[in-house]
Design a protein around this ligand. Structure first.
Ligand SMILES: *[C@@H]1O[C@H](CO)[C@@H](O)[C@H](O)[C@H]1NC(C)=O
Ligand SMILES: *[C@@H]1O[C@H](CO)[C@@H](O)[C@H](O)[C@H]1NC(C)=O
Ligand SMILES: *[C@@H]1O[C@H](CO)[C@@H](O)[C@H](O)[C@H]1NC(C)=O
Length: 689
């Protein structure tokens, strides 16, 4: 009897396995940080501080489990980069809620890499310095939001299937460092049609009723359509692609709501710019030098287009990415993902990695090694997407940044061995030898691999150039073929933590920005190729790997020079500028309220503003929030001494707005001696005819 049951159970498992049935869950949650007074993470500019919100930031997660209860979680978020600190805290919170279900090994975190969100969450000096140190205020909403996105996915688990497709994207990026790309061997370049990876990689999830419940995507472009003069929180091009896809599949829902979840992560985008008209000298319009990206006189070289403004660029590039995703969801999928789910994770100390590589120039196998972290001089020059970022390192400029004044003395010169290891990189910052007041760049990085049937997701803790990503893909595909399996490989950039760039050995010799930012030296990629092959082989052989050294928890030593909100005064919520009485479509509704500092309450999963439409039953219904593309708000202190402020709200009436009566409401919270108190206000009504 027992045997019969067991036999029946095995038959069921086999049948389910063959059909590719998984348990699948998807979830989304608001992670919008403090929108004002905090420097954005990305361009390394101290003066690019928030003044409001254009679009809200979200975390999106999928969970997939096979019939033997192997489960992986993939998280995407509209932020610049994840950090060890965030990841450690998220896993700790998940453990409190779910026990041992979600761990460092089976949860992968991937950012869109938008450069238009508040920073200060790394607990690493190099990546927090322009934000004036560690900012718990930006750290917390991301950590809690990601936990909630995973929780929603967890609670939504249902039977489903997963499909993989590739779709070419029209106009979305150009190679911004061709001088480095064309240093790669000709025979290698000839295997590819372009110096960019044009295909969107898509994993689509359907439920047992064959309804599409979500889709995650990998795109090789940078979310830097918004430039370094933007002061509003923005999800940039990849986030806007999510926005459009979710609007299409959640019709009638407010932004950030609805069960369909669509996410876009960045893949091998390290040398890809969405500014597709290419670099020009900003002031005089001439050509930039192709190797140095320098312009004559004091002009700067800046990538441009395709639109007139950076907001328009975001819209065009985001729409193009969305279109490819939407086509992918409607076409017959190219392949169903069937088979087991697996994961592998290992921390590695990069400067301790060695191995053998074939040097085609000498025709011999040679020993390689990783280096202690260091950044080259071209790092300070920035890219054509954000020129001159971090230039204060180069100039040793101590003015203006109190954090820099404090840590400037901890700079350490590289020794001879460091210089040899990193050659030909001229070392600007020997971050690997700097540990005061805490770590400057990661010494230990997480490496992670997921396998979902025939798809392998590589969680790479760096920004990979196009060719670096291709080599990693090929390494895993070759291993798969040896085992008789044709794999699709999805390299995920900046997964789990941020450690700047990885380029090919040949690209490294050119020392463009990406090569100058290849933290662990000329063989960073060789190390990764060896490491991801190790993870893959161990997974296939069902072996476990030692976890590797744990990155140090730096949270006790954190410093911050950001001043808290002291006090707000004023008749909060009172309208200073009312809307006009009548508008037509495409006009802009403008309202000004007496406000308090938005940092007092992030209005998570809600909004600072609601556009309400009067319904036939006499009730108002919200049709847009501060997450909508058509809305934005700008906050300003009118008196720092008295803590007074105002907030302007703009709503560009869309073409599809219904005729009728509307109002704008504003919600916030003020800080006073009795703590934080909510307030609200409403404009008078106006008509759209
Ligand atoms: C779902 O689609 C598959 C083919 O992809 C088909 O075999 C199956 O019958 C469909 N199921 C439902 C419930 O429509
Ligand atoms: C950044 O974008 C703004 C708005 O589109 C534009 O006016 C400005 O010229 C851009 N700056 C650079 C350096 O491209
Ligand atoms: C070495 O270079 C030659 C010619 O450039 C090429 O044909 C060959 O495939 C290369 N070998 C490897 C292992 O890259």
């Amino acid at each position: 009897m027992g045997y019969v049951k067991l036999f029946a159970a095995i038959l069921v498992v086999l049948a389910v396995g063959a059909e590719g049935r998984y348990r699948i869950g998807l979830g989304r949650y608001d992670v919008t940080g403090p929108s004002v007074e905090i420097a954005f993470m990305g361009y390394g500019s101290m003066t690019q501080r928030g003044i409001g919100i254009h679009t809200r930031q979200y975390a999106r997660a999928f969970i997939i489990e096979d019939e033997t209860a192997n489960r992986v979680v993939f998280v995407n978020a509209d932020i610049s980069a994840f950090s060890d600190a965030m990841r450690r805290e998220i896993i700790r919170l998940l453990r409190l809620r779910f026990g041992d279900l979600y761990t460092t090994a089976n949860v992968m975190f991937a950012p869109t890499h938008t450069h238009a969100g508040p920073g200060g969450y790394h607990q690493l000096v190099l990546y927090d310095i322009t934000c004036l140190g560690f900012i718990e205020e930006t750290f917390n909403p991301i950590v809690f939001g990601v936990r909630e996105a995973i929780t929603r996915a967890h609670n939504a688990m249902q039977d489903g299937r997963a499909f993989y497709s590739e779709v070419p994207i029209e106009d979305f990026g150009i190679n911004r460092s061709p001088a480095a790309y064309y240093a790669n061997p000709e025979h290698e370049r000839r295997q590819y049609e372009e110096d960019i990876d044009r295909n969107l990689q898509q994993i689509k999830f359907v439920n047992a009723r064959n309804e599409t419940v979500g889709a995650f995507h990998w795109v090789a472009t940078h979310a830097v359509s918004m430039n370094n003069t933007n002061y509003l929180i923005s999800i940039d091009n990849l986030g806007y692609a999510s926005y459009l896809l979710e609007q299409e599949y959640n019709p009638g829902n407010l932004v950030g709501t609805g069960t369909f979840v669509g996410a876009f992560s960045t893949s091998n985008s390290g040398d890809i710019s969405p500014n597709i008209l290419g670099p020009r000298c900003y002031r005089n319009g001439g050509e930039c030098d192709t190797v140095t990206s320098q312009c004559p006189a004091d002009d700067v070289c800046k990538g441009e287009g395709p639109g007139e403004t950076d907001k328009e660029n975001t819209k065009i590039i985001g729409s193009n990415i969305y279109k490819a995703a939407s086509i992918g969801l409607k076409n017959a999928p190219q392949r169903e993902l069937t088979g087991s789910v697996g994961f592998m994770h290992q921390f590695v100390e990069m400067s301790r990695q060695t191995g053998q590589w074939f040097n085609n120039a000498t025709g011999r196998y040679e020993t390689f090694r990783g280096c202690l972290p260091a950044m080259g001089t071209s790092f300070a020059a920035g890219t054509t997407d954000g020129p001159g970022a971090y230039s204060f390192f180069e100039q040793g400029d101590t003015s203006g940044n109190p954090f820099w004044q404090l840590v400037g003395n901890s700079l350490r010169p590289p020794n001879r061995d460091d210089r040899e290891c990193h050659a030909p990189k001229p070392i600007l910052l020997m971050t690997g030898r700097m540990s005061w007041p805490y770590l400057w760049q990661p010494l230990i990085v997480p490496t992670q691999l997921f396998k979902i049937g025939g798809a392998v997701i590589l969680g790479v803790p760096s920004e990979m150039t196009t060719m670096a990503g291709r080599r990693l893909r090929r390494t895993i595909q070759d291993l798969g073929r040896e085992l008789g399996e044709e794999l699709v490989v999805l390299p995920t950039g900046m997964a789990n933590t941020y450690s700047s760039y990885v380029v090919t050995f040949e690209e490294y010799q050119v020392q463009r920005y990406e090569g100058g930012s290849a933290t662990y030296g000329p063989h960073t990629l060789t190390i990764y190729q060896q490491q991801y092959a190790r993870l893959f082989s161990a997974l296939q052989a069902k072996q476990s790997l030692p976890p590797g050294p744990t990155p140090r928890d730096e949270s006790r030593d954190q410093l911050t020079f950001l001043t808290p909100v002291v006090m707000d005064t004023g008749r909060f919520g009172r309208v200073l500028v009312e809307p006009r009485t009548i508008y037509s479509r495409r006009q802009v509704v403008f309202v000004t309220f007496v406000a308090a500092n938005p940092r007092n309450d992030l209005r998570t999963e809600s909004s600072y503003f609601f556009v309400d439409q009067l319904q036939p039953n006499g009730q108002f219904r919200t049709i847009a929030t501060d997450a909508n593309w058509e809305t934005k708000f700008i906050w300003r202190r009118t008196s720092t001494l008295l803590g007074q402020s105002e907030i302007d709200f703009y709503w560009t009436i869309p073409d599809n707005a219904e005729s009728g009566t509307y109002r704008i409401r504003h919600f916030g919270a003020s800080r006073g001696i009795l703590g934080i108190r909510p307030y609200d206000g409403s404009s008078r009504t106006f008509v759209i005819n």
